[in-house]
Design a protein around this ligand. Sequence first.
Ligand code: FEO
Length: 168
Amino acid sequence: MISSTMEKALLSQLNDEFYSAYIYLAMSAYCSHLEFNGAASWFKLQYEEEHLHATRIYNYLVEQGVHVVLGKLPAPPSEYGKLLDVFKASLAHEQSMTSRLNDISDQALKEKDHATYNLLQWFVNEQVEEEATIGGIISKLKLVKDDGYGLLMIDNELGARKAEGPAV
Ligand code: FEO
C-alpha cells in the first residue's frame, strides 16, 4: 500500500516515461528524415527502453493495488536541428527526468516507503547510465563537428546498438 501522494507522483512518472518513449520515437523519425539511419535505430531502441520503464512503474502500481488511470501525452517536438542538437535535447530531457526521480526518491524516504524507494533506485541508476551514454555521444559529435565522414562513422556506430531485452 502506498500513500496517495506517492500514488500521484508515480502516476505522473508513469506518464513521463511514456512521454520519454514518445519523444524518442519523434527523435528517431527526425533522424530517419535526415538519413541518419544509425541514429534513427539508436533512438528507436531508446523508445523501446522507455516503454519498458513505463511498464515497470505500471506493474508496480498494479501490484500496490492502484487503479491506474492513464493521462494525456503532449506532442513531442518534430524538429531538432543538427544531429548534435538531437542528442543535446535528449540529454536535457534525461536530466529533467533525473531531477524528477530524485524528488520522488526524497518523498519515498520521507514517508519511509522502502518498497517504492527500492523501485526508484533502479531508475536512478539507469539515469546515471543513460546520461553517461548520451554525454559520450555528444562528445564525439562535438569532435567531428560538420565533417561528413566523421558523422557517417558515428552514425554507423550508433546503428550497431543492440536491444537489451525486457527487464520489467
Ligand atoms: Fe526512463 Fe530515460 O528515463
